[in-house]
Ligand binder design. Sequence first.
Ligand code: TXA
Ligand code: MG
Length: 318
Amino acid sequence: MLKPGGRYSPAAVAETTRILPYDAETIAEAVRLIESGHLVAVATETVYGLAADATNAEAVARIYEAKGRPSFNPLIVHVPDLKTAERIGEFGSGARSLAQVHWPGPLTLVVPLRGDAGIAGLVTAGLSTIAIRVPAHPAMQALLRATDRPLAAPSANASGSISPTKAEHVAKTLGGRIPLIIDAGPTERGLESTIVAATDGRLRLLRRGPIEVAGAIEAAGTSIEAPGQLASHYAPSKPLRLNAVEAQADEFLIGFGEVDGAMSLSPSGTLVEAAARLFELLHAADESAESRIAVAPVPDHGLGAAINDRLRRAAAPR
Ligand code: TXA
Ligand code: MG
C-alpha cells in the first residue's frame, strides 16, 4: 500500500490476500503487482516462493518485512533459463555443466555476481556472490517470462514457521501481509532446492535438497552452511560506530530520519527504504575517504530489528 508520494507505510501492511488459481489472468495480475514493487507468492516445484523484483531494492525489503525475518539472509534469484542466469552470474565450466544437467530443476548455484547485473544489494546481503536457480514449475516459469525480470524468492512463510507446500500453508502465515497467492496445487518436491557453490573452481554443497550432486563436497571441517548462519556475510573493512547522532573526525556518517549524514538510509525515516539502501550505503562508506563509519540510530521494531541485527554484526570487533 502506497501513500501519496509513493512512500511505503509500515502501518499499512495489513491487506487483503487473494488466492487465485494459476492461469493467464492471474499471471497478468501478478505481473502488475511485481512491476509496482509488490510481493506475489507462487508455486515452484520445491516449495511456494515469495517473489519480488530482484532489481527493485524496496520490493526486496518488503520480503523481509512480510516474513518478519530478524536478519538479512541472502536470497535466491530465479530466472527462466541459463542464458539469463549468465547475465547475472559468472559461470565457470563446473557451474555450467551442472546447470545444463539439472536446470530447470531444484538446484541452486552460488556463483560470482556480475558487476553489471543490476541486482539489489539486499538480495545478496552485500556479498560478491549470488545464488541463482532456474525453476521447473510452469507457474513460476510463466511469472518469470511475463515479468521479464529476475525474481528473488525465499520460501513463502513467516520466519520460523514451516515451509509451505500448498497455497493454504502460505495463507496461514502470510495471509493479510501479501496481496496475492498463485495457487497451483501442492508442490511436487516439498523440499527446498539443493544449493551448490561454484565460486572458486570447486563445488561445495551448502544445502542438501532434492538433487544429489556428484563431486560437490562439504568443505573440510565445516558443516553445511545453515540458512542465516553464513560466515561469509559482507562486513565493512572499517570500524563502525552505532547510534551516532553526529559525525566525529574521520567518520563517514550514515544518517537516518532526523540525523543527516554524508548519505542517509532514509531521510524520511522509512524502514523499508532504509533496508533497501543498507548494503549500498555500507559499501559506499567502506569506499569513502574517511577511515571510520558511524550509523545513526534506527528504531528496533519490525524491519528495524533486522537492520540493527546486521549493523551490530558489522560493528562487532573482528
Ligand atoms: O527451493 C528453493 O530454493 C526455494 C524456492 C522458493 O525456490 N527458495 C529458498 O530460498 O529456499 P531461501 O531464501 O529460503 O534460501 C536461501 C538460502 C540462504 O539462506 C543461503 O543459505 C543461501 O540460499 N544463499 C543465498 N545466497 C547465497 C550466497 N551468495 N552464498 C551462499 N549461500 C547463499
Ligand atoms: Mg526458508
